[in-house]
Write a protein that binds this ligand. Structure first.
Ligand code: PLP
Length: 383
């Protein structure tokens, strides 16, 4: 039995006809940029996040760039963030001319370690850019308290966390701005690229809206140097069909996570993600395979691969150790938890339509693969 890391086609079995109709309707409307469908999606998305405004754009990366630009973060400024994330988190900070300042992650949650943030704040710090990585919500009450104490803006990277909540409130509505991605493998996936920015601040919303269309306030009147970053009407139509399904898609992920957690609870040589985290949307189910260096993890991954079980490593090289950021001067050992995680993490197949059979195949395969490592196995080895 083959188990893919995600299966984007299986959703079509249920949503296919509605998606077909929605796409054809746009195709025959002749309105491909902007228009009613895009506005409808923005309204629906704002409502789902509980913010006053949602501004759609071309990608999650653009959402971050537009948010930082609208907050006037630029050259000479610093933004405190995590290096254990997708590259775009930091890339967006650099794209606006600012400098990412990396703080290590908490070894329990893999999220920005709020205990270490204050030490990274300096006179040039303008904003915090936390990431709800793998769908796990960061403690946003603490994050906002910290930001307010230092007069900082907060941009939430919600790319992996559509449908996640902290303290019962959707992520993306806590910070000054929330940035979402509709890349096909995210919790709410388009049929291509797409993104959205949420905010309660009408002035910010207006700025982001203008920046996404060449800084244009009214036709051919440009207030700022902006971007061409629009959500296609076709994508908006796809997303409008899928948005009402988001809660049930997230619920299915939560059930898979629970089942993985139960089945793997007593397997040694494996550290599971914390179970029972309220509001976790489980974009990924990431286990940790302790060892010195990545060898054991890689061996387990290869063994799983031979059994048709496709896992992914999010992320094998932390952002601060990427060639593109060598100029920032973060040496080996500068973010020890992040670097350790990069060597040990493995994402098991996780998507709403995963079947119980597939899940069991993954669990059995993982047990076998771990036995084959020949390592002394103790559960929960400390980082
Ligand atoms: C996917 C992702 C992004 C970028 O989103 P795109 O739509 O691919 O541009 C940013 N941050 C994180 C954490 C992501 O996972």
């Amino acid at each position: 039995m083959a188990v893919p890391p995600f299966d984007l086609c299986r959703q079509l079995e249920t949503m296919g006809p509605a998606l077909d109709r929605a796409v054809l309707e746009v195709l025959h409307s002749g309105q491909y940029i902007g228009g009613k469908v895009v506005a409808q999606f923005e309204d629906a998305f704002a409502q789902s996040v509980g913010t006053a405004h949602a501004v759609s754009c071309n990608s999650g990366t653009d959402a971050l760039i537009l948010a930082l630009r609208a907050l006037d973060v630029g050259i000479g400024d610093e933004v405190v963030t995590t290096a254990f994330s997708f590259f775009a988190t930091a890339e967006a900070i650099s794209a606006v001319g600012a400098r990412p300042v990396f703080v290590d992650v908490d070894p329990g949650s893999y999220l920005l370690d709020l205990d270490q943030v204050e030490a990274a704040i300096g006179p040039r710090t303008r904003a915090l850019l936390p990431v709800h990585l793998f769908g796990r919500p960061l403690n946003m009450e603490r994050c906002m308290t910290l930001a307010h104490r230092h007069g900082l803006k907060v941009v939430e990277d919600c790319a992996q966390a559509a449908g996640s909540r902290w303290a019962g409130r959707p992520v993306g509505g806590w910070g000054d701005v929330g940035c979402f991605s509709f890349f096909p493998t995210k919790n709410l996936g388009a049929a291509g690229d797409g993104g959205c920015i949420t905010t309660n601040d009408p002035r910010l919303a207006q700025r982001m809206r203008e920046l996404a269309v060449h800084g244009m306030a009214e036709r051919y009147v440009h207030n700022a140097l902006g971007y061409n970053s629009r959500l296609d009407a076709l994508q908006a139509a796809v997303l409008l069909v899928k948005l009402p399904c988001l809660p049930s898609l997230v619920h299915a992920r939560q059930q898979h996570a629970e089942a993985y957690g139960r089945a793997l609870a007593r397997v040694s040589g494996l550290v599971l993600p914390r179970q029972g985290v309220a509001g976790h949307s489980w974009n990924q189910f990431v286990v940790r395979i302790p060892g010195v260096g990545p060898q054991i993890r890689n061996q387990v991954r290869d063994t799983l691969q031979q059994q048709g079980i496709n896992t992914i490593i999010y992320y094998p090289i932390p952002i601060h150790r990427q060639q593109a950021y060598r100029n920032l001067g973060y040496g080996i050992g500068s973010l020890p938890v992040t670097e350790c995680l990069a060597d040990q993490v493995l994402s098991l197949p996780m998507f709403p339509e995963l079947t119980a059979d597939q899940r069991e195949h993954v669990v059995d395969g993982l047990r076998l693969a771990l036995m084959g490592t020949g390592q002394p196995q103790h559960p929960g080895s400390a980082l």
